[in-house]
Design a protein around this ligand. Sequence first.
Ligand SMILES: NC(=O)c1ccc[n+]([C@@H]2O[C@H](COP(=O)([O-])OP(=O)(O)OC[C@H]3O[C@@H](n4cnc5c(N)ncnc54)[C@H](O)[C@@H]3O)[C@@H](O)[C@H]2O)c1
Length: 440
Amino acid sequence: MKHNPEKPTDKLGVLLPGMGAVATTFIAGVFAINKGISRPIGSLTQMGTIRLGKRTENRLPRIDEFVPLTDLDNLVFGGWDIYDDNVYEAARHAGVLETQLLDELKDELTAIEPMPAVFDKNYVRRLDGPNVKKGENKMDLAEQLMKDIESFRERHGVTRLVMIWCGSTEIYIEETDVHQSIDAFEQGLRDSHPSIPPSMIYAYAAIKMGIPYANGAPNLSGDVPALVELAKQTSTPIAGKDFKTGQTLMKTIIAPGLKARAIGVNGWFSTNILGNRDGEVLDDPDSFKTKETSKLSVLEAILEPNLHSHLYDDLYHKVRINYYPLRKDNKESWDNIDIFGWLGYPMQIKINFLCRDSILAAPIVLDLALFLDLAKRAEMSGIMEWLSFYFKSPQAGAGLRPEHDLQRQLIKLENTLRYMQGENLITHLGLDYYEEAFES
Ligand SMILES: NC(=O)c1ccc[n+]([C@@H]2O[C@H](COP(=O)([O-])OP(=O)(O)OC[C@H]3O[C@@H](n4cnc5c(N)ncnc54)[C@H](O)[C@@H]3O)[C@@H](O)[C@H]2O)c1
């Protein structure tokens, strides 16, 4: 890692495959913030502070003052979608933000039109759209994406880019031989191998060009050995998978707390109703399976039933998502948590979260864009485990257990920033304050 990278003063291109609810809420939000209409609530890079040095030093800068991030008015946006609606129209369709706000940003939003997508209905069965590329094989499609990226770069005069997958959740796919090495993967692209879905073709195009790539959906995409190896080879930071928003965010806040107090959990039933296009896609059992796998992995990883046989080994964990169009993007989730305490006495926790999916996801896209670009300038490459904070299924190195606990993820993120800027890491031991006081 290169320490103390320079503050960039030029533009950063943010490329978004999938310009639906999340992507348009993110783009419109950045324009609204730049115009002074709104504030970047939910964004750690813009609103969060970081402690430096000892508590007595009172050094608590904002994160964007501490590390050299791109300023929000230097972001330019582009992307791909299977529908040819510009970002204003797509945001109106998504129905997340009020029409009045979108109208104030109409010129900027209308100017962004999605490029034709690499898409195959076999991987997202509930969707069909006209704005789709044709190609001889999957390698040809990857090359077309790379050309799109080059022309975006020239059109906007940008030298730095990041790509964040905000496309729909693809059907469940397991790792196979074609994902094991760069050679096998590239041959697979030329052979249009069925285990290479569109999201992997975007990931390949970005990583091949050295463009940092993050995956906001649960499909494998950049999380296969071939693309991790390619990321090392091309010095590219990558991160994934599946933005940690609503119900899973709550889970990774509450479950570590219960475990910390050695409180038993024997049941966790999570159900959701959701009415946006994402909900419609997840109504297909094969897309739901990808999401379910991502959502289910969290509790087991946090509670570690194998190590805590009397507390968590009987845990029954169920996750349901039901498509209910009336709710649109305003998801409602219910959690029933059966817990037990001293001498096994049972208790229950009920959570009813009325959230707004894309409102929670948009600041994550912003932070990932800024941090991935920072990582690239700091010469980091491969899996960015310190960005686990933002994901439901954090990508981790081979043989490493991913960290799901939100607070530990934050400590890892903050220490990475301190390390990058040459500050002391914080262990939270704190004995020195008392020992010094005792000595004096
Ligand atoms: N909103 C959240 O809280 C949240 C949390 C975690 C993950 N996610 C994931 O983020 C993704 C985006 O969510 P959303 O609510 O914006 O969904 P959305 O359906 O509104 O948008 C997805 C867009 O991707 C497009 N698309 C699909 N396949 C594509 C392809 N191959 N190339 C280009 N475009 C393609 C669709 O046409 C659609 O416009 C989904 O996969 C979702 O599961 C969202």
